[in-house]
Design a protein around this ligand. Structure first.
Ligand code: FES
Ligand code: FES
Length: 149
C-alpha cells in the first residue's frame, strides 16, 4: 500500500513498492495524460513533477514519492486557466501527433520555474524530451513565448 498526493488529492494505492509511478498514475489513479514512451528514462513522455521538479515517472518507484507532492498534466491548469506553457503551445501550434506533449509541457514548466528567462542553450540542455514529430523548434518558440507572458 502506498499513500500518494497527486494534484492535491490523496490516494491510497495497493501496489508493489517497486511499481513505477507512471503505471500507478495511469492504471490505479486513472490519470492517462502521462504517457509511456521508452520505459527507460530516455524520452520524457512520462514526465511529471515531484515537489516541483521534473521527474521521469517510468523510472521512479512509487515508494520514492510517498509523502511528496506529485503533479501531472491534469493538474497543470489551475481553476480552469491553462498554464502559460500550455497556452503558448496552443498559440504556436506545437502539437503534431501530441504523444510527447504532456511530458514536454511538464518539463518546460519546471524549466521556467527554475529559469524564468531561459536561453536557447538552457532549453536545449534541459528539455531532452524526444518528439518523433520533430516539434523542437516550435517547442523552443513556445517556451520563449511563455517566458514573456
Ligand atoms: S517513458 Fe519515461 S522517459 Fe520514456
Ligand atoms: S508531437 Fe508527435 S511525438 Fe511530439
Amino acid at each position: 500500500m502506498a499513500r500518494l498526493t497527486v494534484n492535491g488529492q490523496a490516494h491510497n494505492v495497493d501496489v508493489d513498492p517497486n511499481t513505477p509511478l507512471l503505471w500507478v498514475l495511469r492504471e490505479q489513479i486513472g490519470l492517462t495524460g502521462t504517457k509511456y514512451g521508452c520505459g527507460i528514462a530516455q524520452c520524457g513522455a512520462c514526465t511529471v513533477h515531484v515537489n516541483g521538479e521534473a521527474v521521469r515517472s517510468c523510472s521512479m518507484p512509487v515508494s520514492a514519492v510517498e509523502g511528496k507532492q506529485i503533479t501531472t498534466i491534469e493538474g497543470r491548469a489551475q481553476g480552469g486557466v491553462l498554464h502559460k506553457v500550455q497556452k503558448a503551445c496552443i498559440d504556436h501550434d506545437v502539437p503534431q501527433c501530441g504523444y510527447c506533449q504532456c511530458g514536454m509541457i511538464m518539463a518546460a514548466a519546471a524549466l521556467l520555474k527554475d529559469k524564468p528567462k531561459p536561453t536557447d542553450a538552457d532549453i536545449n540542455n534541459t528539455i531532452t524530451n524526444i518528439c518523433r514529430c520533430g516539434t523542437f523548434q516550435q517547442v523552443r518558440e513556445a517556451i520563449h513565448a511563455a517566458a514573456s507572458a
